[in-house]
Every structure is written in structure tokens, then in C-alpha cells.
Design a protein around this ligand. Structure first.
Ligand code: SDX
Length: 428
């Protein structure tokens, strides 16, 4: 006997099906509600509303659980390579050797971007934010592959587009950085793995070899894995809704990058470091800033704190916090901002305001400290988030396409002016 929810509207009782997920999450299926009753539901920010059924990522905000295709994030961050995790998210299973070689080689063979794209970079002001460039560049990629506009192309073409985006995003990200520095770009080197290749394109110069520090490569691999997917977050939901109109994958990813840029989302990793630096420059009076964050009259928020879903702790933040200690120790870096971050976390987590609202450090609170130690400039932090999140966005888009989900088009409750007649100018 399938479960139902009963709702009484205008004296009439309606039954709505209840669905249960593989982790026993419950949902009321309201897809027929308007047809039956004329009523819709309202939920700004979709805090209580599911948009889809997904088999990609499971997270439990109360228990601090995060799994990609059933695999705990703690195991993947410790044992897997980022390219393996990208395959897992997109195809649903960890790859065997043949599958991993196929995927790795296909991505490696598409790391170059058309030489004409250099002209795009040259047109930007030299202080252009890399997220603005990257979002535009990814959308522009679609103009070099017009066949990707066709929404009904065979899977092999779709797969090639997915591999192209994964291959070219790091190349374009590194080129954005090189242009901002006024340095010559470094071309991809297919003898290097995905993370080594990115580091080389970022930091190598034609004048001297860049030696890849395994500590740096390992930390980057871990960070990219920890950012790879997070179910229906703001940017993933954006990618799905843009893709639902049958816009091409490049455009959907470009929109995801734009959504991620916001300081309430992925842009928080840059905002955290800027906030910590500001607190440090202001004399490190932590209680003062914690009090400002609590003050409803003050727009200041503790960046890197709080989460829509995690109300105990963000499992990624725990892993990144430990990795920050390890990386800085191995690199022999003493970053006072890390100590300040730890002290700020301590002060905040002793404060009733934060405790009763379940506000804990999220994935963005400590990640910037590691990026900084790796030599990544602050304005590139959210670009790093985008490189990590890309396989998740692609997996979410692919699932939406494979499930032939309808175009996303929310309803609304109209609260504006009721009907009225036009008035000539001299009567207003
Ligand atoms: C990411 O969704 C995802 O999964 C995102 C992400 C991913 O992997 O994709 O995890 C990545 O985006 C992490 C979040 C990064 N953003 C920040 O660190 C920015 C700072 N955090 C907040 O702006 C906020 O916590 C959000 C945006 C993350 C969550 O906002 P919600 O869920 O809409 O919660 P809310 O704004 O309704 O806050 C609830 C209460 C409010 O107070 P009251 O109205 O109850 O009195 O908590 C307060 C808020 O004022 N609050 C904060 C706060 N975050 C929430 N107060 C001070 N500082 C904060 N950071």
C-alpha cells in the first residue's frame, strides 16, 4: 500500500502520493496538485521543495554525511584521483582500468582551445575578474562547436562535448590567470595528469621549468574532489534549469559558473580570505566581528559560516581544516590567517546565536587558506571551486537529459495591481 498525504482545501480532501528515496527521505509529490485543486505551493529559495529525483549525491545535513554515488567523501578524498571521481559522478560507477584510460586519454586529447580565443582575453581590462571571463569563455566555446547546439544528437556527440568541457575549463582558467599577470600562456602538457597539468599551465613560464610539488598536487586533488558535487545547490540547479530548455551544455555550464560566483555561494571562498584579512587589519577583535555578524542592522555576515543543508557540520570543512594544517606544515608556511580562522571558529561556536541556528564552518571557510598556500591568487579561488564542481554540474545535466525532464518553469502567486485602465499622460 503506497503512502499518501492528505490535504483539505476548501472543504475538499485531496490525496497526494508520498515517495521515499533510497535513504528513506520522504517527499509529497505535488505534481498533480494544481490540476486537482487549483492550488500551487509557495517556497521562496526552495528550502522545502525538491526539484528532481537524483542518484548522484546524497547528503544528510543533520548527520554531516556526503556521498558521491554512495561512496563516502572521506574515502574518495583520501584514496581517489579527481579524474576518477569525475568519471564516477558522470557515469555512475568507479571506472575500471580500461574505462579510466579511455576517459583520461579523451580528456587529455581535448585540452587545447582554439587559438582565436586568445583574442577574447586580449579584449578584457587587465583587472577583469577571472570568473567573469570564464563564464563568457565557456559560453563562447559553443560557437566553435555549432554541432553542440543540436539537442537531439547521439550520445557519442554528447559525450565528446562533456569531455571537451572538462578538458578545456582548466586551460581557459589558467589562460585567464596568465593574461591577468601579463605572462605568456602555457599550453597543456598531455604527459601530465589533470591536476599537474593545471598547476603547470598556471605557474610554469617559458623561461624556466616549474617543478610540481607532490604536496601541492595532492592538496589540489583533494580540494577538487571535495568540491565535485553537492546535489541541488544553487549553481547545479542553475545548470539543470538552463539545460532543461535544451540549451547546449556549454551555455548551461556558463550559467552555473555565473551562479557560483555569488558571495553567498562559491564566491564565499574569496570573501572569507578578504574578511579574515580585514579582521586582522582591524586588530583581530574577533568578538567585535562575531557581534556584527549577529546584528540584524548590520549587513556583515561571517563568510564561510552557515549552510542551507548542513546544520551540524560540513564534512568537507572538517577534511579541509585538517588538510590546511598538513599542507602548511609540509610547505613550511606559517599563515597567521589560518590561526585567526581557527580562533574565529572557536569564538563563533561558543556563541548561542550560531549554535541555535546551526551555523558552522562550511566548505569555503578553510579552502582559501590552502589555495593561498598553493600560490593560487585570491581572485582565482572561486575559479578553483568551478573546476572542482564541473563534473558534478555535468552529471546533474546528463541526469536531467537522460530522464527527459520537462523545461523548468516555476509558478508564482501574483500580488501586483489588479486590472486597471490606461490613462493618458495628462491624466496621471
Ligand atoms: C556554498 O547549497 C550548497 O550546497 C552550497 C555549497 C555547495 O557545495 O554547492 O555548499 C557551497 O555555497 C557554501 C555556503 C557559502 N556561503 C557563505 O559562506 C556565505 C555566508 N553564509 C550565509 O550567507 C548563509 O548561511 C547561506 C547563504 C549559506 C545559507 O543561507 P540560508 O540557508 O538561506 O539561511 P538564512 O540566510 O535563512 O539564515 C538562517 C539564519 C538567519 O538568521 P535569523 O533570520 O534566523 O535570525 O542564520 C543567519 C541568518 O541571518 N545566518 C547568518 C549567517 N548565515 C546565516 N548570520 C551570520 N553569518 C552568517 N554567515
Amino acid at each position: 500500500m503506497s503512502e499518501v498525504a492528505r490535504i483539505i482545501l476548501d472543504g475538499v480532501e485531496y490525496e497526494l502520493p508520498v515517495i521515499t528515496g533510497s535513504e528513506n527521505e520522504k517527499a509529497i509529490d505535488i505534481s498533480k496538485l494544481r490540476g486537482m485543486s487549483g492550488y500551487i505551493t509557495l517556497d521562496p529559495g526552495f528550502k522545502n521543495t525538491g526539484s528532481t529525483k537524483s542518484a548522484i549525491t546524497f547528503l544528510d545535513g543533520e548527520k554531516g554525511i556526503l556521498r558521491y554515488r554512495g561512496y563516502p567523501i572521506e574515502q574518495l578524498a583520501e584514496k581517489a584521483s579527481f579524474i576518477e571521481v569525475a568519471y564516477l559522478l558522470i557515469y555512475g560507477e568507479l571506472p575500471n582500468k580500461t574505462e579510466l584510460d579511455y576517459f583520461t586519454n579523451s580528456v587529455s586529447n581535448h585540452t587545447l582551445v582554439h587559438e582565436d580565443m586568445k583574442r577574447f582575453f586580449a579584449a578584457y581590462p587587465n583587472n577583469a575578474h577571472p570568473m567573469g571571463m570564464l563564464s563568457a569563455m565557456i559560453a563562447s566555446l559553443s560557437t566553435f562547436y555549432p554541432e553542440s547546439q543540436n539537442p537531439n544528437r547521439p550520445f557519442k556527440d554528447i559525450e565528446l562535448t562533456m569531455h571537451r568541457v572538462i578538458a578545456k575549463l582548466p586551460t581557459l582558467a589558467a589562460q585567464a590567470y596568465k593574461f591577468s599577470m601579463g605572462h605568456p600562456i602555457m599550453y597543456p602538457n598531455n604527459d601530465l595528469n589533470y591536476t599537474e597539468n593545471f598547476l603547470n599551465m598556471m605557474f610554469a613560464l617559458p623561461t624556466d621549468d616549474y617543478e610540481i610539488d607532490p604536496v601541492v598536487e595532492d592538496a589540489l586533488n583533494k580540494l577538487l574532489i571535495l568540491h565535485a558535487d553537492h546535489e541541488q545547490n544553487c549553481s547545479a540547479a542553475t545548470v539543470r534549469i538552463v539545460g532543461s530548455s535544451q540549451a547546449n551544455l556549454y551555455s548551461a555550464i556558463s550559467a552555473g559558473i555565473a551562479a557560483l560566483w555569488g558571495p553567498l555561494h562559491g564566491g564565499a571562498n574569496q570573501a572569507v580570505i578578504e574578511m579574515l584579512q580585514m579582521i586582522k587589519d582591524d586588530g583581530s577583535d574577533l568578538q567585535k566581528w562575531v557581534d556584527k555578524a549577529k546584528d540584524k542592522q548590520d549587513s556583515f555576515r561571517l563568510m564561510g559560516f552557515g549552510h542551507r543543508v548542513y546544520k551540524n557540520f560540513d564534512p568537507r570543512a572538517k577534511i579541509i581544516k585538517k588538510a590546511a594544517d598538513d599542507v602548511l606544515d609540509k610547505l613550511g608556511i606559517d599563515d597567521p590567517v589560518l590561526d585567526l580562522a581557527k580562533q574565529l571558529e572557536k569564538v563563533a561556536l561558543q556563541d548561542e546565536y550560531f549554535i541555535e541556528r546551526g551555523l558552522y564552518p562550511n566548505v569555503d571557510f578553510y579552502s582559501g587558506i590552502i589555495y593561498r598556500a598553493l600560490g593560487i591568487p585570491t581572485e582565482m579561488f572561486t575559479v578553483m571551486f568551478a573546476i572542482g564542481r564541473l563534473p558534478g554540474w555535468i552529471a546533474q545535466w546528463k541526469e536531467m537529459v537522460e530522464n527527459s525532464e520537462p523545461i523548468g518553469r516555476p509558478r508564482q502567486v501574483y500580488v501586483g495591481a489588479t486590472e486597471r485602465n490606461y490613462k493618458p499622460l495628462d491624466e496621471r
